[in-house]
Each structure stands twice: as C-alpha cells, then as structure tokens.
Write a protein that binds this ligand. Structure first.
Ligand code: ADP
Length: 471
C-alpha cells in the first residue's frame, strides 16, 4: 500500500474514475486559470492605457496654456499658473529647461524633501516610455513631452500620475478572481467526479454481475443493463456471447465426464467383481499371483471411487443429483462413521456429542460420505500419534459438525482453493496419493443440503473442518 492509498483508502489512483476526474479537472483548471490570467493582464493594460491617454492629453495642452498665460504674465508665473490649472492630488507636473533645470512644478511635488520626487526627475532625464514605474512602494505612470512655444523648444513637460490606489484595487480584484476561480475549479471537479462515477456505473454493474456467475449457472447467466451507454451495452452483449460459448463448452465437458465415468465405472465394476471372485477361490493361486490380484482389486476399487465421485459432480452440475430427505439421527451416524474410520486406520478418534440426540431431515448416505471424506483426510494429513476429534452440537437452527486434527495444517494461501476440483496442496510433504476430489464432493453435497463447509487451519498445528447443516 503506497502513501496515497494510506491517506485516501477509498480512492484508487489507477481507476478510470480517478483518471478521468483528474484529467478533466486539470484541463478545466488550465482553461480557467489561463482565462483569469488573460483577463487580469487585459484589465491592467486598459487601466494603464486610460491613464496614459489622460496624461498625454495634459502634456499636449500644457504648452498651449503656457503660451496663453505668457502673453499676460511673466514666463515663470505663466508656467506655474498653467501647472496649477492641471494639477490634482494624484497628478504631479513639472517643467524643466533644456539643461534639465527645474523651472516650475506642481505644489504637491517637492524634490527637496521627497526622495521619490528626485527619482522621478532622474527618470525624466532619459527619453521616456510612457509606462508604470514602481518607486518606494508607489506606482506611477510617467509620461512627458516637449514644451514648444511659438515653434521654439523651451524645455520639457513631465507628468507623473500616482496609480498606487488603483493598482491596490486591481490586485485585490485579481485575488478575488483567483479565489473565485479556485472555488469554481473545486466545484467543477466535484461535479465531474460525480458525473464520471455515475457514467461508470454500468461498468461496475457488469463487473458485479460477472463476478457472481458460477460455473453451474453459466447456462442462465446473462447481463441485463438498463439505461447504459451504447458502448457499454455492446460490451455486455459480447460478454453474454462469451458466457453462452462458455456454457456450451462447460456442458460438453460435463457430458463427456459423465459418459466416460459411467462407461468406465461399469466395466471396472465387472473387472473388480471377477477379481474378487477369483480371490475368493484362491486355493490354486501362488502367493505372487494372490498379491498381484489383491493389488489389482484394490486399484480397481480406488478407481471406481474416483469415477463415482466424478459422476456425482457431473450430476450435481447438471442438477440431476438426487438427495433423499429422511429423518436421520446425527449422533448415530457420527458414531457409526467414526468407528468405521477407526477400524480402517486403527487411529484413536474421540467424539464429543451433546446430550440430546440431534435429528435432521437429510440424505443419511450422503452425510456419511461427507464425514468419511473429512475423517479420512484428518487421518491422511496428520501423524499417527496425534489425536483426531469429532464434535457434534447444535446452535439455534444449525447443526455443527467439526472434524479437528493436530496434523500438518494447510498454508493460508491454499485454504481458499482446497474445495476446488483436483486441487491438492504440496503432495510431496504429505506423501498421500489422493485425487483432490474429496473436499469438492463434500462441499457440493453440503451445499445441496442447504448447508456450508469451512476450514480453519494453521500450518504445523492442525485443521478444523466445520460442516453446518440446517435443522
Ligand atoms: P485429496 O484426495 O488430495 O485428499 P481433498 O479434496 O480431500 O483431496 O483435499 C484437497 C487438499 O486439501 C489435499 O490435497 C490436502 O493437501 C488438503 N487437506 C484436506 N484436508 C486436510 C487436513 N485435514 N489437513 C491438512 N490438509 C488437508
């Protein structure tokens, strides 16, 4: 588990939902972010241009004012009068001669006391591009023009407009726009996540439906989707076609297993019968012949059992496995099977049974088959000197039968597979020659009776198989 999954356990970064959401959210963020940046830049340009236009107008009018006033007043007074007409709180004006000596200035412009005023004057000594200058925390738009009177250049008119307040307002507005953009992106991402999740629902539906399909119901299993997009419906159709092909193949395999098991079992039963009858009349046989016949008979019997198991499984798959429902006293069945197993294996098997006899309606032969399989396994997969215990009790409307051994145990990774057909665990360790069918038969039979079977096991410590049947 990586760090991301630890922090967001329900979010799978490789899921289509997360990828689509992130992809669309990133593109929306880029789009909205770009739009906001462009709008901000454009507004700044508009603001500066309007100031520039205003100042250029002043710069072009001022020489005309000076010309008019100089006809009535001395030249320096005319300059001061023209400046005082145009000055405002935010607009600073000053006029210098061709040697850059200050001739006149607006009253709020004091180069002797204000350091920023000196810097402004220094800036105007060079050819001036009308734009924003930042001086000591203040922003100025600076522009200038020639002081030309009656065709003669007498100096230079410089105008500075303090736009610090406008700039502050503009920055505040850009910040609000930024916050609004972020909020919109979050809202859009939430909406997209919801919409993507809603759109992917049919895919999840397909996954849930296919997950629930078991080998036994392949024939009827079909995916039905309402209101799904056409692409997903197409996918469902393809899956349905695949399911029906699988059902055909499964049916053929089941038929084949059933037919071949039936044929082989019949002939082997005859062979086994002949071997038994020869063995019964063994007077004329040598020891070697007797031993060979005994081996052949026991192998034939083992193979008949395997074929019987295969036949049972094939019948269960096709729904033809008939189980009777007669009242049976479980205490008696358990005692009978345990004593049978004890005789066959000469193992000490203890029984724990509750006082009251437990009766259920079920197929007693099949229950015996289940118990024999489980006890046989407990004997096979444990050392001869370890105990085996069979436990029978009732909890509410369930009968619980437990077969406990202190044997080799089953590794955790194999426990979920041992009820599968032909599945065997590490045969080299246990030295047994099983088929891997016993537990799958037991599971099939228990489930046909409406019960369940489970295992709890620890490697080197033993296993407990629990069969629970409805009363
Ligand atoms: P098998 O014919 O191999 O015994 P089963 O279906 O009965 O087939 O069992 C499947 C596998 O489960 C066995 O190969 C064995 O490894 C494991 N197993 C079953 N019962 C036990 C048990 N009581 N203790 C340890 N392992 C067991």
């Amino acid at each position: 588990m990586n760090r991301f999954s630890r922090i967001f356990p329900k979010i799978n970064p490789s899921s289509l939902r997360v990828r689509l959401t992130i992809g669309i959210a990133v593109f929306s963020a880029l789009g909205l972010g770009g739009l906001t940046t462009w709008t901000g830049w454009k507004m700044q340009q508009l603001l500066i241009n309007s100031h520039k236009e205003n100042m250029e107008q002043i710069a072009s009018r001022l020489p005309l004012d000076v010309e008019v006033y100089s006809q009535m007043l001395p030249f320096t007074t005319a300059l001061e009068k023209a400046i005082s007409n145009r000055e405002t709180n935010n607009t600073l004006l000053w006029i210098t001669n061709t040697n850059n000596t200050l001739l006149a200035k607006s009253s709020n412009f004091n180069p002797s006391s204000d350091t920023y005023a000196n810097e402004l004057i220094n800036l105007t000594k060079m050819p001036l591009v009308p734009e924003v200058y930042h001086i000591k925390g203040h922003s100025y738009v600076l522009c200038g023009g020639e002081l030309k009177i009656r065709g003669k250049v007498l100096g230079k008119v410089s105008i500075a407009q303090d736009i610090t307040r406008d700039q502050a307002m503009f920055v505040a507005m850009i910040q609000s726009m930024g916050i609004a953009t972020i909020l919109v992106i979050i809202l859009i991402s939430g909406g997209i996540a919801f919409y993507v999740s809603y759109s992917l629902q049919p895919l999840r539906q397909i996954s849930r439906m296919t997950e629930a399909v078991q080998a036994e119901d392949l024939g009827e299993a079909r995916l039905y989707l309402n209101n799904a997009p056409s692409e997903v419906k197409e996918l469902a159709q393809t899956v349905n076609m695949m399911l029906s092909r699988l059902a055909d193949a499964w049916e053929k395999e089941r038929q084949f297993t059933s037919n071949i098991s039936h044929e082989l079992r019949t002939s082997l039963t005859i062979v086994h019968g002949y071997l038994q009858s020869i063995l019964r009349r063994q007077q004329n046989l040598t020891e070697i012949q007797k031993e060979a016949l005994l081996t052949a008979a026991s192998e034939a019997e083992r193979t008949i059992h395997i074929l019987q198991d295969l036949l049972d499984l094939a019948r269960a798959d096709s729904g033809y496995l008939q189980l009777s429902k007669e009242p049976c006293i479980l205490d008696d069945i358990v005692t009978e099977i345990v004593s049978m197993a004890q005789q066959n294996s000469s193992r000490e098997i203890t029984i724990e049974i509750e006082n009251n006899p437990i009766t259920i309606k079920a197929d007693s032969n099949r229950i015996k088959q289940i118990l024999l399989n489980l006890i046989d396994n407990a004997v096979k997969y444990s050392d001869p000197d370890t105990p085996i215990n069979v436990n029978l009790h009732q909890i509410k409307n369930q009968v619980i039968i437990q077969i406990c051994d202190k044997g080799y145990g089953i590794p955790l990774q194999n426990q979920s597979h041992i009820f599968e057909r032909f599945y065997r665990v590490d045969t080299a360790r246990t030295h047994s020659n099983g088929t891997g069918l016993g537990l799958s038969i037991a599971k099939t039979l228990v489930e046909k009776m409406g019960g369940s079977i489970s295992v709890r096991s620890k490697l080197g410590e033993g296993s407990v198989f629990t069969v629970s049947l409805p009363c």
